[in-house]
Design a protein around this ligand. Sequence first.
Ligand code: 8DG
Ligand code: MN
Ligand code: MN
Length: 360
Amino acid sequence: SRPFTEVALFSVSSYACQRRTTLDNHNSNLTDALSLLAENAELSNEDGRGVAFRRAAALLKALPTQVISMSQLRGLPCLGEHSLRVIKDVLENGVSSEVESTKQSKRYKALKILTGIFGVGAKTADRWIREGIYNLEQLRDSGQTLNRAQKAGLEHYDDLNEPVTKAEADAIGEIVQKAVNSVLPGSEVALTGGFRRGKLTGHDVDFLITHPEEGKEVGLMPKVVAWLESQKTTRNSYLESKDGPARPASNMDRFERCFSIFKLTKRKEQETASHKIWRAVRVDLVVSPISQFAFAVLGWTGSKLFERELRRWAGHEKNMSLSSHALFDNTQNKYLRATSEEEIFAYLGLEYIPPSERNA
Ligand code: 8DG
Ligand code: MN
Ligand code: MN
């Protein structure tokens, strides 16, 4: 045996968009703990704290081996005092006491349950908790007014909290492709989100739709949704949406988009004891003009932290502004055109990172 314990020292960039982060995470014991605290902070409207935990977790996801000692972390970026305390706790005791007490807290449990309803965000959940609503039963009994999306979210709660598989994502992809081609032949559908990064399951399926002829895509979303809704009697159809064509687009993002719920018929072997032959699945549809398509693909592929870090890099290191629509160079005072993700990384002076390595 060796006389000394070998302690590897890592050298890692402080920007997640300069790191290659695959799904092969050697430190899930640590990243699970930090992600839970990040989630709790986000649900409590403490965004700054949430980002700090997310960045710490992302750094650990990028390490090539498992961390077994605090000394291995010396000099690494992105690890604040609070995160280091959590990591130390897990390394020494197997669990973090802060994570355990958060998990058990009445407030965290209620936030998880209530925001698990499609259409319910942290603000609404917080208001309900202050009114004494901690679970679905109490919500149903409370007589709270729910909007259409929330009603559907409550009705399909179990389905929508069941992870979507790649096979289901592919089946949904076929439906979307068929709908889009029926209303506008020649349109193209691209899978984005976690499945494009190689994840085997997801909380939804994300698609980006475009047409090779600029302008043809205008008004496409309402037509796609109408086509899907007209399939009510068929095996697969459309159930509900929020922020969809029925409502004015939010000013957060100028794409036509639709956060929706699909009805997906199960394949024979997926049928369960409940004899339910279909399930509800969350699907995000986004339409982009071809001139913005590369930026949209990059912006909707994620991960969320990878996107945030790309924008931070662009602003702080390059004096540029990156969005899901465009890249603006503040020094040259002009937009930089791109037709591929590779070109965008090149403008940003970054090595190209493929989707499978954006799992920060
Ligand atoms: P999951 O569904 O498997 O859990 O993971 P995911 O696919 O990575 O997460 P997601 O919540 O579906 O988000 C996918 C990408 O979509 C993410 O990188 C960020 C992007 N995205 C939103 N909302 C918005 C938005 O309002 N505007 C823009 N431009 N992008 C958004 O989730
Ligand atoms: Mn997704
Ligand atoms: Mn999504």
